[in-house]
Design a protein around this ligand. Structure first.
Ligand code: NDP
Ligand code: MG
Length: 382
């Protein structure tokens, strides 16, 4: 039995993970998990899976709601418990499906407890990349990417010698506005932005896909996961979202990893790794992969991408500032307080206002993350 700790069980990746558990009930056990505020989902989870512990991280929830339900699950309130549940001896894998850089604290605990981590929570790696890499050096913990492109690349690169690779490519669907006239982007609505053409995901990452910030974060994520220089990481628009990662070898061959756009594949892979995933029945005939098309990214449509590559190359706290400003901006956009194009403007302005530094300690990174959030919120020019 593989015992799973699932952080963010009430979200979209959380749901994919629960589907994988449903598919292999004799092999996988949800030992503990967390939700933030979705108590209804929390109730469904404790009723169906009876995890030993459910951590609820939002301090404003109605504590009476789950307390009155009959269940064997122990309910713990407060994010400090995340660090504990990921570290239990019985846990074989921690799946980090929380959204945002807030995922850093349990990730650190899981690394310190030498756990295998199925990492979906890209903001954490982007923000604290250098710190996480230094922690991993002192641990037996391993990060298995859950993000579909990185999981594809992980599988393609596995056992390959780096010097034989020319470059790696992440595919991007292009998000909700890929076919909109550029001049119309200034007036798009939240509702339009939330209509992703191929993937069903949480609201934040769906907005990130529309602005290409998601792919931008993924370039930085790939840099840290695969130790690849930015010059060797490419992006291509692939509207069908069937091919997820591409490796171009020095011998001239190009290898692509394809699967239907469903997060159950990378989630299952990360859980069963290093063993192969047992059969998941889903349509997979190559003939169903119709019309695979690829086209170059138009930087004018997606100015967030060059900004991210520049931040990644600067290193230090630049990706941290980029991510923090984006988290603030997306929240403002979802609340309809800013326009869609202002998301990238806020990221750029925040990057311009805070000098880049190269800290080693977590505290220093956290200080910059917090400063960037405060700076991003101030929208009037001083
Ligand atoms: P969702 O918004 O669907 O889910 C987010 C999860 O995080 C929910 O369980 C939510 O709880 C919880 N959460 C929200 N705020 C906090 C907080 N402050 N502290 C602790 N937990 C919190 O997001 P997704 O599942 O789409 O994405 C999760 C992560 O995975 C992101 O980093 C995303 O970039 C990444 N990812 C997602 C993919 C996808 O297909 N969705 C693909 C690849 C990567 P609640 O709902 O109870 O409030
Ligand atoms: Mg992805």
């Amino acid at each position: 039995m593989i015992n799973i700790s699932l952080l963010g069980a009430s979200g979209s990746v959380g749901e994919s993970c629960l589907k994988v558990i449903d598919r292999f009930p004799d092999k996988l056990k949800l030992l503990n998990c967390s939700i933030h505020s979705n108590l209804k989902k929390g109730l469904e989870i404790i009723t169906k899976y009876s995890p030993e512990y459910l951590v609820i991280t939002d301090s404003n929830v109605d504590r009476g709601f789950l307390g009155t339900k009959k269940s064997n699950t122990i309910i713990l309130y407060g994010d400090s418990f995340l660090k504990e549940i990921v570290s239990f001896n019985e846990i074989d894998i921690v799946v980090t499906a929380i959204v945002g850089a807030i995922g850093i604290h349990p990730t650190i605990s899981a690394i310190q407890a030498n756990k295998k981590i199925g990492i979906a929570n890209k903001e954490t790696l982007v923000t604290f990349g250098p710190y996480i890499k230094s922690l991993l050096k002192q641990s037996k913990s391993e990060l298995i990417p859950v993000d579909s492109e990185h999981n594809a690349l992980f599988q393609l690169i596995n056992h390959k010698k780096k010097e034989n690779i020319n470059c790696i490519t992440l595919t991007a669907s292009g998000g909700s506005f890929r076919d909109f006239p550029i001049e119309d982007l200034k007036n798009v609505t939240v509702e339009q932005a939330l209509k992703h053409p191929t993937w069903k995901m949480g609201p934040k990452i769906t907005i990130d896909s529309a602005s290409l910030v998601n792919k931008s974060l993924e370039v930085i994520e790939a840099h840290f996961l695969f130790d690849m220089p930015y010059e060797k990481i490419e992006i291509v628009i692939h509207p069908e979202s069937i091919v997820h990662g591409i490796v171009e070898n020095k011998d001239g061959s190009v290898e692509m990893y394809a699967s239907h756009p469903d997060m159950i594949f990378p989630v299952a892979h990360s859980i069963f790794y290093p063993n192969p995933t047992p059969e998941i029945l889903i349509e997979r005939k190559p003939a169903s992969f119709k019309n695979l098309t690829f086209k170059e990214v138009d930087y004018k449509r997606y100015p967030a991408l060059p900004l991210a590559i520049q931040s990644g190359k600067m290193g230090g706290t630049a990706p941290c500032i980029y991510n923090a400003a984006n988290e603030v901006a997306v929240e403002l956009f979802l609340k309809q307080e800013i326009k869609f194009l202002e998301i990238t403007e806020i990221i750029e302005k925040t990057l311009n206002k805070i000098p880049i530094s190269y800290p080693e300690s977590l505290e220093e990174f956290l200080e910059i993350d917090s400063l960037a959030r405060k700076t991003a919120k101030i929208r009037k020019e001083s």
